[in-house]
Every structure is written in C-alpha cells, then in structure tokens.
Design a protein around this ligand. Structure first.
Ligand code: ZN
Length: 370
C-alpha cells in the first residue's frame, strides 16, 4: 500500500502531528482563505510567547476552551527537544526570564540549580532583575543561605559572572547557529528536516496560487482527499468504489488525478499547450517532478507548478460535480477554466510576470516576459 494511504489509516500523532499543525499554520494561517492571518501574526509569534511567557505555559492543557491543535502544541513546547532548538540572547535582560529561559549555557538555570530555584521568591524574575551593575540582586525566601544552598549560590554566581548585559533588547537565536535570529523560514526548514521522509514531498507552496487551492494539492499528494477507495481503506462502508466519472476503475488518487479519461486528457492538453512531451505519470508526485528534466527557466517551472495545482483542483471539482450535483462538465470547458484561472492568478498575484494575452494560449513560452 502506498505511504499516502497508510497515513490515512494512521494519522500522524505526537510531534509529527504537532509539527504538521505548526507548519500548516505557518504557511497558510487558517485554512479558510478569507480568514487567513498575516504571517507575522501567525503562530510563530505565539510560539515565542508561549516558550517565553509563564502565563502561556501555565495554561491548563485540559482547558476545553483551547482548541485541540493548540493544546497539542502547548504540550510539545514543554518538550525539551523542541525547546533546545532556540535560546535567548540577552541584551539588557529585561525580557528574559532568569530561571526559565535558556540564556546562559545549555541548561535552564532552574534545572541546573533546583534548590536555589525552590527558594526563589519571584520565579518569573528577569535576568535584569537579578544581574545588576553592582552585583547580583537575589530575592530568596530566607534571609541567610547556609550549607549546600550557599555552595550552590556561590557556584551559580561563579558561572554567570561572565554574563554581560548591554543596552540591546533581548532576542531569540538559533541554538546551533547563534548568529542567526529565529525566523519563519528557519523554523519552516527545521520542521521539514525533523522528518525528511514526511517532507520529501514536492513543495506545493507558491505565492501565485490561492491558499485553498494549494491545500487541495497538498492533500492530493498525500492521499488525503476522500476518494472512494481511500474511504473504503479507512473502513467506511460504500456501495461501490468505482470512479464516478468513467465508472470503469476503482476511484483512487492514481486513477482519479492521472488516469481517468478526463484527467489523462487534461494532462495531454496541458503538455500540448506548453509544447512538452506528454507525461506518463506513476504518481501525482511525478507531476510535480515533470518539469525537472526540461530545459526551462526556474520561473517557468514555477508557472508549471501553478498549472499542475490548478489542474488537480479542476479534476477534483469536476469529480465533485458528478458526485454531488450529478452534472458532468466537458473536458473542453475544464481546460479553458485552467487557462483562465492560471492567467488570472499570475496576472493578479505575480509582480514579475507579464503576460501577452494575444499569444498566451498558443505559445506561452514566448508570451511571458519576466
Ligand atoms: Zn475514471
């Protein structure tokens, strides 16, 4: 069974699930296009707040008011492996927690000195509150430290005596690359690298394509669209698993998006439009790799990606019209729709592509100026 179907039977759990949620929100905000949140207001800001702020970390994960994805995320943010990815670089120390942020060495100070943390009066104190210009400003719950506690205090002072505050603001940095600031792109790449198998998929992201169209493509290549065979594999009882369009083959991703007469015809027309050899795909993933061996400019590859994603969407729409509205559209119209949608997206969403519409539908390579 292909991996894509396995993932339907066993949806990724734990960290992978969490990472996928994070990744999806990074890329697309909310899944509803109209409600998409700006990237800089996206979840990564909340991640920082939650790693940093005590309030967030004290949220009761059983609180039913929090949505499940967020609860999942909150749990994993306590995971030391994930928290190891970034650390705090202290400037003035005013926005870094002395005990609970990793700002000195590789360990949290509350873990390195648990006895001292235990007698700390203000467990959320900042670095600036504890390290002054004239020495340390401790605030213990007892007046005089003795014995083991005092030894620990001396050890702590010895270790952090190298710490120097400056006038700069505190920042998040990447543990393995202290010169880099935490950024969306870094986090995205990191999430991908956490599971190379899961993310060894074609990159379906493009600023030239509406988000909900990208989401469909993402689901298609992972076998997560509810085609009949996929549903049957998940144990859902259906009267039949035949393709609603040709009624000849089981409806699965491979058939629906590549081999069904409508799909096959669409791929052929697209290849003719672009004067490329007609593809013979073994998987939807192949469609995205189709252009890799063609000697075309990078921008054209990006345009082809737009077309491929448009095609997957139109095939899926076409199928749903048959299933839900009992209407079968024509292949001619479907192909015209692809051309129109792609043209509209490129014209309205790309600043670097200019299309000469008079020849665009005949010889697209010649009519795009970059
Ligand atoms: Zn079919």
């Amino acid at each position: 069974m292909p991996n894509s179907l396995k993932s339907c039977d066993n949806p990724p759990k734990g960290v992978l699930k969490c990472m996928e949620d994070i990744r999806r929100k990074f890329f697309w905000g909310e899944t509803d296009e109209e409600k998409a949140i700006p990237w800089d207001k996206a979840i990564w800001v909340q991640i920082l707040k939650s790693i940093h702020g005590d309030k967030c970390l004290n949220i009761d994960v059983s609180d039913s008011g929090l949505n499940s994805n967020w609860r999942e995320l909150m749990k994993h943010l306590k995971d030391p492996d994930i928290r190891q990815l970034i650390k705090r670089k202290c400037g003035n120390g005013e926005d870094t927690q002395f005990w609970k942020d990793r700002w000195f060495g590789n360990q949290l100070l509350n873990e390195r000195f648990p006895r001292l943390f235990n007698i700390e009066e203000d467990k959320n104190c900042t670095v600036a509150e504890r390290i002054g210009n004239r020495g340390f400003n401790w605030n213990w719950r007892m007046d005089n430290l003795r014995g083991r506690l005092d030894e620990q205090r001396i050890q702590l002072e010895l270790e952090i005596s190298e710490a120097r505050l400056s006038t700069e603001t505190d920042r998040w940095i990447i543990t393995d690359a202290p010169n880099l600031e935490f950024s969306v792109s870094w986090f995205r790449d990191t999430i991908r690298s956490l599971d190379p198998v899961e993310y060894a998929w074609p990159d379906v992201w493009s600023p030239w394509i509406p988000k909900k169209k990208i989401i469909l493509a993402w689901r298609v290549i992972r076998g997560r669209v509810p085609a009949k065979s996929t549903l049957a594999d998940m144990g859902i009882d259906l009267p039949d698993v035949l393709c609603p369009s040709c009624k000849d083959q089981p409806e699965n991703n491979y058939h629906l998006f590549l081999k069904c007469p409508l799909a096959a015809s669409m791929w052929t027309r697209i290849s003719q439009w672009w004067n490329m050899s007609t593809p013979d795909f073994n998987s939807v993933k192949d469609a995205f790799e189709w252009t890799e061996n063609c000697n075309i400019k990078e921008t054209f590859r990006e345009v082809m990606k737009v077309i491929i994603i448009a095609n997957l969407n139109i095939i899926w729409d076409h199928r749903n019209c048959i299933v839900f509205d009992n209407k079968e559209g024509s292949t001619d119209l479907a192909f015209i729709r692809i051309q129109e949608e792609v043209t509209f997206w490129l014209e309205s969403r790309s600043t670097k592509i200019h299309i000469d519409r008079s020849n665009w539908f005949k010889s697209p390579f010649k009519t795009i100026s970059l």
